[in-house]
Design a protein around this ligand. Structure first.
Ligand code: ADP
Ligand code: MG
Length: 140
């Protein structure tokens, strides 16, 4: 298994609930290293560009409004098989379908407000990391 990097976002519902530390503990205990991290407020424009792939879905407007409803923590996670490993730690998109012990099962309220984003492929991870971080902000 190769060492990979993946882009993670702790979403506004989770920053509001003050559980960023609890979420980070899940990553670290699973062997992922947080090699970059910043707490920011996304603009509508930035949220729209980040989720552009979903722009024709019925929930797009709701998703953008949610992502700008409070601060987010964007982070780069590094480790063996990081993309798939993070998706496993996160759990399924809908918390009702998420396996027990996952972040979404334990902390998320709904399919929309589901605490975390994680890249779904190595190619998307590279693009998403570049969207938020410059090279010198990532320290392994
Ligand atoms: P994931 O975040 O698990 O990769 P998707 O890429 O399919 O899921 O969707 C991106 C985000 O859009 C989800 O995490 C969730 O916040 C929101 N979303 C997805 N499906 C719905 C839905 N049916 N209703 C409302 N929001 C949704
Ligand atoms: Mg996705």
């Amino acid at each position: 298994m190769a060492v990979e990097r993946t882009l993670s976002i702790i979403k506004p519902d989770a920053t509001k609930k003050n559980i960023t530390g609890k979420i980070n503990t899940r990553f670290e205990e699973a062997g992922l290293r947080i090699v970059a991290q910043k707490r920011i407020f996304l603009s509508r424009r930035e949220a729209g560009i980040f989720y552009e792939i979903h722009k024709d879905r019925p929930f797009f407007g709701e998703l953008v409004e949610f992502m700008v409803s409070g601060p987010v923590v964007v982070q780069v996670l590094e480790g063996k098989n990081a993309v798939a490993k993070n998706r496993k730690i996160m759990g399924a998109t809908n918390p009702k379908d998420a396996a027990s012990g996952t972040i979404r099962r334990d902390f998320a309220a709904s399919i929309g407000e589901n605490c975390v984003h994680g890249s779904d492929s190595q190619e998307n991870a590279k693009n998403e990391i570049t969207f938020f971080f410059s090279g010198c902000e990532i320290v392994g």
